[in-house]
Design a protein around this ligand. Structure first.
Ligand SMILES: CC(C)(COP(=O)(O)OP(=O)(O)OC[C@H]1O[C@@H](n2cnc3c(N)ncnc32)[C@H](O)[C@@H]1OP(=O)(O)O)[C@@H](O)C(=O)NCCC(=O)NCCS
Length: 209
């Protein structure tokens, strides 16, 4: 298992990896359209901050990645990326995304705290991590996280946040082991369902070391 930064020749394999690395998790597919999901949750990291993107390689193949952002405030927001993806991919003309956004609109009027990106200057950085099933439980996730923490230290060790789901206990346990702790409420994620049930955003933070 090798962990390394990305090189230009990785692009096609990385894009394919990004749509299958979440397999089996509650965020395997968010609105049922992998290209536009990658346009929100993966491609901007590859294009705007490749120096914070690390890959795990096994048997000559990419098997996992950690996509980081050291300064969330300077990065296009999740909402901006989502708006661009809806328009670029004409998601309102596609059945599954349309059902997702209709459900999201209904969920969004429910009372209670709202899901959204963390805006807290103590935690400017954030990350996403996904491994194909065969690479889970091998130490690859720890090794990716070690590279990310080294990158944070290199840029001044700012605090870091991530957002997972209450309904993803394996990811939560991994992040706790990596030194992240819970932060704030666990609001409903509008539109998203896992095994037919509503899911809840879990924000976790790690203080500068
Ligand atoms: C979340 C994720 C990155 C965590 O990685 P992981 O490898 O599964 O998690 P861990 O490092 O905690 O490993 C889990 C198991 O591997 C074991 N393990 C860890 N390092 C190991 C190593 N070097 N050698 C062998 N086993 C190891 C752990 O002991 C643990 O075993 P246990 O569950 O029996 O106690 C990964 O599960 C994943 O990509 N999941 C799907 C996508 C996802 O949910 N992403 C997060 C979205 S927010």
């Amino acid at each position: 298992m090798e962990i390394r930064g990305v090189v230009p020749g990785d692009r096609a394999e990385l894009l394919a990896l990004s749509s299958r690395a979440g397999a089996g998790s509650p965020t395997e597919s968010i609105w049922g359209h992998p290209e536009s999901e990658a346009a929100v949750y993966f491609t901007p990291y590859l294009e705007l901050e490749p120096e914070s993107l690390f890959v795990a390689v096994a048997g000559g193949q990419l098997v996992g990645y950690l996509a980081g952002c050291v300064d969330t405030a300077a990065f296009p927001s999740e909402e901006e990326r989502m708006r661009a993806a809806i328009s670029d991919h004409r998601l309102f003309t596609k059945r599954r995304p349309l059902m997702f956004f209709a459900r999201a609109a209904v969920d969004a009027v429910r009372p209670g705290p709202k899901a959204g990106e963390l805006e807290d200057p103590r935690y400017p950085a954030h990350l996403h991590i996904n491994l194909v099933p065969a690479a889970r439980g091998t130490g690859a996730a720890d090794a990716l996280m070690a590279h990310w923490f080294a990158r944070l230290a290199e840029v001044g060790a700012p605090g870091c946040f991530l957002q997972t789901l209450v309904e993803n206990p394996r990811a939560g346990a991994f992040f706790e082991r990596a030194g992240f702790t819970d932060h704030g409420p666990t609001p409903l994620v509008p539109g998203l369902r896992y095994r037919g049930a509503r899911v809840h955003q879990r924000t976790m933070v790690r203080d500068p070391r």
